[in-house]
Ligand binder design. Structure first.
Ligand code: HEC
Ligand code: HEC
Length: 364
């Protein structure tokens, strides 16, 4: 049995095997399916969305030819990192920027950002960033993990719904063809983000396909789940058992270990601030630490501040405490260049206090 494109092949076999098992011969054990720790979650869950998308792309013609999957993924990476493609398959070279100012990377990481997949915690994320200790945490590129306003694109193909929590209000945004977005389709989420989050234009069909292909390159594998070696071993035995009940149980376990939806809880602005302390309506008092705030500032703010996006940086952001807090928790809402808000999953109250303390400590 040859298994080129092993992932897809195995997955399809598994899906077919299951259909048979469920429909007719429930007693007959299925053959082992050969899933390993490196197998994609998409395949292990029997969804096989990637293979279907690969098949779809292999039937499309762009600029007179049929680009390979790798070619699409490279264009997608370029679009997400630089906003345009140097040598696009059609149209002018380089391609027209998706947005005049924003890159996806200003608001999204493309790497793992949480130590535990199901726990979106900006303080653990900050610890991870300190461990990785980039020389320049404000650097906007695909190698650096930063404290961003949007969730990481790593593993986004494995999520089941988009724009959750506070962002459900954006689910009525429309796509290029006037349809409302479907919050269960990653392709729709990307289009909305291109047009509205990035304050740019809708992607063309090949650009969207390219970005989707790159998102698939960032898919989760079984080894990425938070499982001990024993748990992973047990999971693989279940998945490979050929027994429908065991496979179903193993798949349910995978889904429990995934972030199937990224949460977004709106934070509030403190009632008042005094010195380095923020006082919130619920009675909590948060004292900022300038020493910690520097990395938070560089990681969360500097990518957009002190450059072409917004020239204000450092102490200039602290002319007014209320305005400072308002921009972080409410953002600004307008088309084009605006500041996105930070939800509690993206910046905690102590982190906000730390940034303020750091900015206060700077010389004028
Ligand atoms: C100015 C900030 C900003 C920019 C630029 C931006 N995004 Fe977003 N994006 C967000 C925010 C905020 C959300 C809200 C949902 C979340 O991530 O929690 C989001 C959501 C998404 C989602 C859905 C995530 C989910 O799980 O709900 C995808 C996919 C996405 N963006 C892709 C992109 C791509 C691709 C680009 C570049 C073309 C881009 N974004 C540019 C801020 C931005
Ligand atoms: C994705 C880009 C982006 C990020 C990240 C970002 N900002 Fe902004 N910020 C902006 C833009 C753009 C403006 C101008 C918004 C406008 O005029 O509507 C702005 C405006 C502000 C202002 C108002 C300045 C004034 O008085 O006019 C403050 C304060 C501020 N940002 C603080 C922060 C802090 C603190 C962080 C980090 C925790 C941060 N920003 C992260 C883009 C960003």
């Amino acid at each position: 049995m040859t298994l080129i494109r092993a992932c897809g092949g195995i997955g399809l076999m598994l899906a077919l095997g299951l259909a048979t098992a469920a429909g007719l011969r429930t007693t007959k054990a299925e053959p082992a399916t050969g899933l390993t720790a490196s197998s994609p979650v998409d395949v292990a869950l029997g969804k096989n969305e990637r293979v279907r998308f690969e098949q779809l792309l292999s039937r499309k013609i762009v600029g007179g030819r049929t680009p390979s999957w790798q070619q699409y993924a490279r264009w997608g990476k370029e679009l997400i990192e630089t906003g345009r493609v140097a040598e696009p398959p059609e149209g002018p070279s380089p391609s027209r920027p998706l947005s005049e100012r924003y890159l996806c990377l200003h608001c999204h990481n493309v790497q793992r950002e949480d130590i535990r997949l199901t726990v979106q915690d900006p303080e653990t994320r900050e610890r991870l960033i300190r461990q990785l200790a980039p020389e320049d945490p404000g650097r906007v590129d695909s190698a650096t993990v930063r404290l961003t306003t949007g969730a990481t694109l790593w593993g986004a193909v494995n999520r089941e719904s988009f724009y959750n929590g506070h962002y459900t209000r954006y689910r009525n945004q429309t796509l290029a063809d006037g349809r409302p977005m479907n919050p269960y389709r990653l392709a729709d989420a990307i289009q909305v983000c291109c047009r509205f989050c990035s304050g740019g234009r809708y992607p063309t069909e090949w650009e969207l396909d390219a970005m989707l292909a790159y998102h698939w390159e960032l898919e989760l594998r079984l080894r990425d789940l938070d499982l001990s070696a024993e748990e992973l071993d047990f999971l693989l035995r279940g998945l490979n058992s050929g027994n429908l009940t065991e496979i179903t149980a193993a798949r349910a376990q995978i889904r429990r270990r995934l972030l199937t939806a990224s949460a977004a809880t709106k934070g509030s602005v403190p009632l008042r601030s005094e010195g380095d302390t923020d006082f919130y309506a619920d009675g909590s008092r948060i004292v900022g630490e300038a020493r910690r705030g520097r990395l938070v500032y560089e990681s969360a703010c500097a990518g957009c501040h002190g450059n072409v996006i917004n020239s204000l940086s450092g102490k200039a952001l602290l002319m007014d405490d209320r305005r400072f807090h308002h921009f972080i928790r409410e953002g600004t809402e307008r088309d084009g260049l605006y500041m996105p808000l930070f939800t509690l999953e993206r910046l905690s109250r102590p982190q906000v206090a730390d940034v303020r303390a750091y900015l206060r400590s700077l010389p004028r």
